[in-house]
Design a protein around this ligand. Structure first.
Ligand code: GLC
Length: 766
């Protein structure tokens, strides 16, 4: 096998603001995307340069200086020093602190088609990110493969799983950087696992050494830059943030309706029910079983009348069966993946022998998108994309299979993303200004623009619950804010304790969805005895109380890319303790809540509270941070702590998000020594009108020095569904002293005060 390591630079040119550098082995191109983002692509042959992930264009100018030894690009925030003999890429801060450097011996190189970049490993360097990856929060000492796979029964050690996010953040010496290797081939990352602490390396089976380097300081800023480059989620439908109940499968419309009625009878809030594969006629996508789901419209109308939304599953495999509409159309128009001789590729999935839509073609995506009328017609508005690794019963598929102009190994990792894109774009058109909910199992960087993801077929044991939280936290670093796991565990039967515990963690999971495998015990909240049902119900009720906070959190994700579930490594990057295996599953849910997942067999837990002051949500007890505490953790009370100074809007308990509630927005403020601002956001929760200014946004400032809380004027033209604001103070130790509305004093009350929400400015003195 031929090995080629980048040698000396032979020429340097500025071609239309692309810096083009040639060596004997290859051509490197460098683009500046923003002061903190530089792209480097090194290739041996000039081929296609497409990206499924990136939605931005490079900046129109590139400025650099050149000497005999090096070329220096300085954006003011980030410096790339390109060594000429041999060609190596080294990134620094504007103050010349090393962020990331090529290994000077091996840099970028090829072995056959494999393309690899070896980089220097700093003694204290940590790595976070890479999306849906098992293992520790700090990925130092681990190696990973990206190859989207159908992995039922995966364990907390399995790799790869279903999704590919070749983006990581490096941390050393108090500095931060990010690197996105935009290559959809099977790819590899090794964070010093196998190199005697000398190097980290990443590479792929083919394609170019094409990466984006992020030099912003601060993990949150890097996430912001990465999601600027690859896109952010839109506002999700509010209903998808309520409780979701799923099962493989509710076998008939009658059974789904019975589940819906039980939720309402038991007064357990819920918004979403699912139909897994058995709603179809012989697993044929876009069909309904004529006996068990005989009248889908009447069925869904009944669900709607009870305030439920229905999500149905769609798999990519189209059954080979002449006479079946999607099969016939796909054959007639050549919409399916083929071998190079034009024969259609066949593999077996649920329906038996199937063809697979070529989602890499726009015409195929359009066709797929339009087919959803079979589901939207009767009233479905959530679309669950499964088996899109693509799965052929857990196996690879032949390397010769073609998708668009690509062979399978080149784009396998993006297939699920292209299916999600087709689903999202199609259903968005059909639903005509209403937001579809799309959930996908396989994904690639950028999928956040189209869909939420869940982490696939997990299992009902404690280590899997903790893994699920790490996956969600890691996905959050990788641009995916809208994520979930099968609460309760997909395979195996949870113990009642695990079910209760996992449900309580679900309250703080971006998607709160209970799902279970065929043949397992039913998982619905009432299946665990009255006592457990009461706990589960109370927790779900609290999720609904928190929705104003959660929705504002999604607004933040939509604006900045910051996820809802945040590893502590985002806000407390330089605190070694947050990487401790004992505490690494902890996370902030939104700006203000610290959640500590606890196994179902433990009833006290060591919780690490980072610097600052924290209040236990359930008791109001105050703790000094910067140390671990021993927290009570009965099944009724997952350890959740509120950051001092936090502002959390809540509402009263409602049974589903369509209910209006009592019209009172409860603004909770916890006393702290530092000032804080919370951006409250609301819109109609279902349409895209928010993009035209139809939203309601106001800032809440808490200022302990001035002893004031101020609600600023409202932005946007949406009329809030809350007619009153109830201010609730926690830990202040004294009452409200002064109250002014629009500058006019009114009589203050104790530590709970209600104001009309149409008031422009509210000032509270305490
Ligand atoms: C896959 C999915 C799972 C689903 C099942 C049947 O295993 O991951 O969620 O229930 O297929 O459709």
């Amino acid at each position: 096998m031929q090995t080629e390591i980048l040698g000396n630079v032979q020429s340097v040119n500025n071609q239309h603001n692309v810096l083009v550098i040639k060596t004997i082995e290859a051509e490197a191109r460098v683009w500046v995307y923003s002061p903190t983002i530089i792209r480097v692509s090194v290739s041996r042959q000039k081929g296609r340069d497409t990206s499924f992930a990136v939605i931005q264009n490079p900046a129109p100018q590139i400025a650099y200086t050149e000497s005999r030894e090096e070329i220096v690009l300085n954006t003011g925030s980030l410096k790339l020093r390109i060594n000429k003999s041999p060609l190596r890429f080294n990134f620094y801060t504007a103050n010349d602190e090393a962020l990331s450097e090529d290994d000077q011996r091996f840099g970028v190189n090829w072995q056959g088609e494999w393309v690899i970049n070896y980089r220097k490993l700093y003694p204290d360097e940590k790595f976070i990110g890479l999306g849906e990856k098992t293992g520790n929060l700090d990925r130092r000492g681990s190696s990973y493969v990206n190859w989207n796979s159908d992995v039922p029964n995966h364990t907390p050690e399995s790799d790869p799983l279903y999704q590919t996010f070749p983006f990581f953040i490096g941390l050393h010496g108090g500095l931060t950087y990010g690197l996105f290797f935009d290559n959809t081939h099977k790819s590899y990352f090794d964070f010093g696992a196998t190199t005697d602490e000398q190097m980290s390396w990443f590479g792929a089976d083919g394609g170019d050494m094409n990466y984006y380097f992020f030099g912003a300081q601060g993990v949150a800023k890097i996430i912001e830059d990465y999601t600027w480059l690859t896109g952010r989620m839109e506002m999700p439908p509010l209903w998808s943030l309520g409780y979701q109940q799923c099962r493989w499968s509710y076998m008939s419309a009658a059974e789904v309706l019975d589940i819906a009625e039980t939720f309402r009878r038991e007064k357990i809030p819920a918004d979403v029910l699912y139909c897994d594969i058995d709603y179809m006629d012989e697993y044929k996508i876009f069909t309904w079983n004529k006996e068990t789901f005989a009248d889908p419209k009447a069925f869904i109308d009944k669900l709607k009348a009870m305030g439920f939304h229905l999500v149905t599953i769609v798999d990519p495999g189209i059954k080979v069966e002449p006479g079946y509409k999607e099969y016939d159309e796909g054959i007639a128009e050549n919409y399916f993946a083929v071998y190079p001789n034009g024969e259609k590729y066949v593999a077996s999935v649920w329906p038996g022998r199937c063809h697979f839509p070529d989602f890499f073609r726009e015409d195929v995506r359009e066709w797929w998108g339009k087919a959803f009328t079979a589901l939207t017609g009767p009233g479905v508005d959530g679309f669950w994309n499964d088996m899109n690794e693509p799965a052929a019963w857990g196996h690879n598929i032949p390397w010769l299979v073609k998708f668009g102009d690509y062979y399978m190994p080149e784009v396998r990792n993006a297939y699920g993303m292209q299916m999600a894109k087709a689903t999202y774009e199609g259903t968005k058109k059909i639903l005509n200004n209403l937001r579809p909910f799309v959930l996908t199992r396989a994904a690639y960087s950028g999928t956040q623009r189209y869909s939420a993801v869940w982490t696939g077929d997990n299992s009902a044991y404690d280590a899997h619950m903790l893994l699920g939280q790490r996956l969600v936290n890691s996905l959050g670093i990788s641009g995916m804010a809208f994520t979930g796991v099968d609460i309760g565990g997909f395979s195996l039967d949870p113990t009642p304790e695990l079910m209760v515990r996992w449900n309580s963690l679900g309250v703080y999971t971006p998607i709160f969805r209970n799902h279970a495998m065929q043949g397992t015990r039913y998982r619905e909240p009432w299946c665990w005895g009255k006592e457990n049902e009461a706990i589960i119900k109370k927790d779900i009720e609290f999720r609904y109380r928190l929705l104003p906070y959660i929705y504002s959190g999604y607004y933040q994700a939509q604006q900045t890319g910051l996820p809802l579930s945040r590893t502590l490594a985002i806000d407390y990057t330089n605190d070694e303790d947050v990487f401790d295996e004992k505490y690494q599953n902890q996370f902030l849910f939104g700006d203000a809540m610290l959640v500590a997942p606890v196994e179902s067999t433990r009833f006290t837990e060591d919780v690490y509270l980072p610097e600052g002051e924290w209040y236990r949500l359930s008791t109001g007890e105050k703790f000094e941070g910067g140390k671990a505490i021993r927290a009570d953790a009965p099944l009724t009370d997952l350890p959740v702590f509120i950051k001092a100074g936090a502002i959390i809007p809540m509402q009263n308990v409602i049974q589903n998000t369509r209910e209006k509630g009592d019209g009172v927005l409860e603004l909770n403020v916890w006393y702290g020594d530092t000032a804080n601002t919370f951006t409250y956001y609301e819109d109609d929760g279902i349409s895209y009108n928010y993009q035209k200014g139809v939203y309601y946004k106001r800032k809440v400032h808490f200022d302990p020095a001035k002893k004031t809380i101020r609600l600023t004027e409202v932005e946007g033209s949406f009329a809030s569904k809350y007619t009153q604001v109830k201010l609730v103070l926690h830990g202040f130790g004294h009452n409200i002293k002064t109250a002014k509305v629009n500058g006019m004093s009114i009589a203050p009350s104790a530590n709970t005060t209600v104001f009309n929400n149409d008031i422009k400015i509210i000032d509270i003195g305490f």
